[in-house]
Write a protein of this length. Structure first.
Lengths: 141, 224
């Protein structure tokens, strides 16, 4: 039986901005795809390359970091560091032949629930189009 | 510190092709400080190689360990306990090239692969950028040069510099590299030691460098 592919997408959300935006989206009864699994981090700068890679190893089809707008990080430059680490993770994924678009970084402010919803929908569409992670065996999803 | 650089992953994948059980061994010495062979980098490489194996349908089992120092038989021999409990097809060493050589010396039945390219001796010049400062020439003369090493930091290794390629304080090989002879001149001027430059520096004794063959240092007072 053919079942529609439902991607598993991990969002590492900064507690101060994008998580607040996700929370606000909930309070405003705005829907976003249930494929998004949120992990709250105290700052996007807490996310390391190894967290991104382990998420893929554990079966994620896409892994994204959402941090404060550039210049607004509560810890000055955690989001800038996160962006560089995401780029390094992209490089590693590219080297091992996994689509680099499966990992990325977005900046969403705490009050911008519509933006969070927009990004969540956009990413879900993008990862759905890419299909299951090549690390999953046929029929895993 | 000795600065190492991770080998390209496709080169590592070719090296480990055919091996199913691998140990990645890091080092808490220099390569931890230059972020290429510490505990975190061991985990990142292990994760990348596991994923690459899974993707190609050739899963590899990878264990991770980070030794205190790989350039010390005392710490390297601590792997013995692990090897007695488990058999590995190969060990990928994330240390400078001393590490894999020490492991090979200590365990004659273990295949050892270098995970890093050892690039130079130097240090960080800013976060994320390392530069070469020493060539281990075996005969340090930096007291003649304001504390800077022209053997390493001058592209031509001139002892009686500068050459004519210095432009606006930068080297002709690339305009982001300082001309060390300009730095030497400025520093000696500041120190009031410009007279040092009027003395001709005699040719170095390169037999004390690698051209004299592999070197050895002996301290009889420390020998057991």
């Amino acid at each position: 039986m053919n079942t529609k592919f439902e991607p598993e997408i991990i969002f590492f959300c900064c507690n101060y901005c994008s998580y607040a935006a996700a929370d606000l989206a909930g309070s405003l009864r705005m829907n976003y795809p249930p494929n998004i699994k949120i992990i709250i981090v105290p700052c996007s700068g807490r996310v390391d390359i190894i967290h991104l890679l382990h998420a893929f190893e554990q079966g994620a089809d896409g892994v994204f970091v959402t941090g404060c707008m550039e210049g607004d990080c509560h810890f000055i430059n955690g989001n800038i560091r996160a962006k560089k680490r995401v780029n390094y993770a992209k490089k590693i994924l590219g080297e091992i032949g996994i689509e680099q678009d499966r990992v990325g970084m977005y900046n969403i402010s705490a009050s911008d629930a519509p933006e969070f919803v927009k990004v969540a929908k956009l990413i879900t569409e993008k990862i759905t189009a890419l299909g299951p992670s090549p690390l999953k065996k046929q029929g895993d999803h | 510190m000795i600065v190492g650089e991770l080998k390209p992953i496709d080169e590592l994948l070719k090296m480990i092709d055919g091996y199913n059980t691998i140990l990645i061994a890091g080092c808490r010495g220099c390569v931890t400080v230059c972020n290429t062979g510490g505990e975190k980098e061991v985990s990142i490489l292990a994760s990348a190689l596991r994923m690459a194996g899974r993707k190609e349908g050739k899963p590899v089992m990878i264990d991770e360990i980070t030794l205190e120092r790989q350039c010390d038989h005392y710490f390297v021999s601590s792997l013995r306990d692990l090897f007695e409990k488990k058999t590995y097809d190969a060990v990928v060493s994330l240390a400078c090239s001393i590490g894999p050589q020490y492991i090979a010396e200590e365990f004659d039945n273990i295949i050892v692969l270098p995970g890093l390219n050892t690039v130079f001796m130097g240090g960080p010049v800013e976060q994320g950028i390392w530069a070469e400062y020493c060539s281990a020439c075996g005969e340090c003369q930096i007291h003649n040069f304001g504390g800077m090493c022209p053997v390493t930091r001058c592209a031509k290794g001139l002892l009686n510099g500068p050459c004519g390629g210095s432009f606006n304080g930068k080297c002709e090989i690339d305009n982001t590299t300082d001309c060390v002879w300009e730095l030497i001149y400025k520093r000696l001027k500041k120190l009031g030691q410009l007279d040092l430059l009027s003395e001709l520096v005699r040719p170095k004794d390169w037999s004390k460098s690698l051209s004299g063959g592999p070197r050895k240092m002996i301290r009889e007072d420390l020998m057991l």
